[in-house]
Design a protein around this ligand. Sequence first.
Ligand code: T4K
Length: 371
Amino acid sequence: MKSENSPIYVTQPTLPPLEEFLPYLQQIWDNKILTNGGPFHQQLEHALGEYLGVPHISLFANGTLALMTALQSLRITGEVITTPYSFVATAHALKWNGITPVFVDIAPGSFNLDPAKIEAAITPQTSAIMPVHCYGRPCEVERIEEIASNYGLKVIYDAAHAFGVRHRDESVLKHGDLSVLSFHATKVFNTFEGGAIISPDAKTKRHIDHLKNFGFVDEVTVVAPGINGKMHEVSAAFGLLQLNGIMAALQKRAAIDNHYRSALASTAGIVCPQIPTDSHFNYAYFPILVQPRYHMSRDALFHKLRDAGIHARRYFYPLISDFPMYRNMPSAARANLPIASTMAEQVICLPLYPDLPATQVDRILNIIRCN
Ligand code: T4K
């Protein structure tokens, strides 16, 4: 049992009662199919397709392998335009494919790639755009896709944060050539580790399914230099069980978001970015911006929270473009990324997960509001 003063982390997975998972494990033990597209894998692909409102979904062992496979499947090469304001896996997936990430700034207030700045970064080597729906906030998909279509570029969305997000009454995952989800333990929907690629048609899904299984089509036919990206049966079974509780989990997330938002509305120097309009949101993260007129710096507040046992996180500081393997690239220059640099210096993501009690939210709020 946790005390009122126990540490609080930025997130915590919601686990169903263990006894509800045991029958799934029993089935795995009985039929001895542990992986390679077993029955739970098939069921989860189907159930997620229905829940998310997407036609074709391929499950993966994690989101990073899914990103790397998505790039392989479309044979992306050369340069890809992407955001510096993300988890480092976004750019690493490019680098592991021998592709050069070209960083473009984010738009003020959105945390997402600024469509107005994309065209200036396109060169003859550019083959794709890889935006991120950061914190689950939908990118300006229409503008991005218009640019991509004008220049003959592919669009792969890193939708790791965007599970269940709808934009203008449609799954945001339907946009672009492919979208990639993460089902990591820290995500809105988790399979311990896991991920997925959303494809627009059956042919693309088939190709991706071959790629995630070493390129095998059948016992003796290998059509591409694939990888092992498969999700195993324990994760798939857990995903099916998680899906039962997803609506309740999203409602609890929305209530906590609302609790923070109303309590911080009049705190000078703390900005809570608006919930995106035209969207059905998933409340994956609760970022606040600590602005200069707050009575202490962002880092001072971050450490004050930590000293009180509140493990908030500065997602996404440092910017990806500030890590050693990227920082010497021309597009990584701070002058090229003023908005992303400012956001990275101001942001703190406060704890947000379905089982976070309101009393603990108040404990966090008291620290932020106290002078
Ligand atoms: N693209 C984007 C935009 C992403 O955000 C991510 C992952 C990816 C791609 C790659 O997808 P995956 O390959 O991971 O599927 C965490 C996650 O590890 C990472 O998945 C996630 N983004 C990123 C935003 O956050 P860390 O380094 O902050 O994780 P960690 O271990 O510090 O966890 C944060 C807190 O969560 C802990 O303090 C406690 C809590 N926690 C964590 C784990 C792992 C738990 O309560 N239980 C757990 O099992 O990266």
